[in-house]
Design a binder for this molecule. Structure first.
Ligand SMILES: [Zn+2]
Length: 303
């Protein structure tokens, strides 16, 4: 178990790369957990270092509905009876897991739905547990725990419900899945949005924070986050160039573009191939909107 101490009251239990995510723990007049996606045993061991236990958790806050971020919410709720807080888009999805599946593109007609459910149950067991959000948050809501004031900041693109959480004191932002990983921005669902993701990155870049806390980096506190966000943003452009190149070289459809995978070149799991197709579809839409390619009778061609 590794954790990072950000301040005397704010800690990050490291979850690392997908499917585990970093979990923020605030120890003030309440014990607050944000995104309980790290290994639950690691969270328990961390709590013990602070003379606390999992049953001492008072509040869980969710940044968005992705299974790797909500994994242990209901497990911890059953242990501690903690309240669960999420934003107004996330809350109904958490309350009704079929809605969540559809929101993520895995409606009952999706051919890889069962494989995706198996992946979630294998790697993120608990994410589909039924439960209810107690407190619904809106964009810009502020709330305090002891000396620490948090503020919600909607940052869609990754998913429409994605939000960051600002720490007003100290001046930090938990950026969740604007995570600055080498992989780059993830927008692999039908309702993800490249234009929104770009705007959300810019919003963080101009936030004037002293540091950004990533939802997935092993060294979670990034001080030079502005430069890192610029590089992160450029990864979208680089992928878009590769999609455009494939179309210039003759690919006429998204399946033809993904014959040589751009996002997941080394993976053959059908679930990840689905994510690849959705991400490439977003790039195709972006290239059409930018006037670089056109679509005629379902066939793509450069302009
Ligand atoms: Zn996510």
């Amino acid at each position: 178990m590794t954790f990072s101490k950000i301040t005397d009251n704010i800690f990050v239990v490291i979850g690392g790369t997908f499917p585990r995510c970093n979990t923020i723990v605030i120890i003030a007049d309440e014990v607050v957990v944000i995104d309980p996606g790290c290994a639950v045993e690691d969270l328990r061991r961390f709590m013990m270092t602070q003379d606390l236990d999992l049953k001492d958790i008072d509040t869980i806050i969710l940044s968005h509905i992705h299974p790797d971020h909500i994994t242990h919410t209901m497990r911890l709720n059953r242990l501690s009876s903690c309240r669960i807080a999420a934003n107004e888009i996330t809350a109904p999805l958490f309350n009704e897991k079929e809605e969540m599946k559809q929101f993520l593109g895995f409606d009952k007609g999706n051919p890889v739905r069962i494989l995706w459910e198996q992946l979630v149950n294998e790697k993120m067991f608990g994410a589909f547990d039924e439960g209810r959000v107690d407190e619904v948050l809106r964009n810009g809501d502020t709330f305090s725990f002891g000396d620490i004031t948090l503020k919600t900041l909607y940052t869609p693109g990754h998913l429409p419900d994605h939000m960051c959480i600002e720490f007003l004191e100290p001046n930090l932002v938990f950026a969740s899945d604007i995570d600055l990983t080498e992989f780059g921005p993830y927008y692999g669902h039908p309702n993800s949005s490249i234009p929104d993701f770009r705007r959300s990155i810019q919003k963080l870049k101009h936030g004037g924070y002293d540091g950004l806390i990533s939802g997935h980096l092993k060294d979670p506190l990034v001080v030079d986050y502005k430069d890192r966000l610029i590089a992160y943003y450029r990864q979208i452009d680089m992928r878009e160039d590769l999609v455009l190149s494939a179309i210039i070289e003759g690919a006429k459809t998204v399946p033809e573009v993904t014959m040589n995978p751009i996002i997941y070149p080394s993976l053959t799991n059908p679930v990840f191939m689905q994510f690849e197709r959705w991400m490439v579809e977003h790039h195709v839409a972006s290239l059409i909107a930018g006037g670089y390619i056109e679509e005629d009778k379902g066939k793509l061609s450069p302009i």
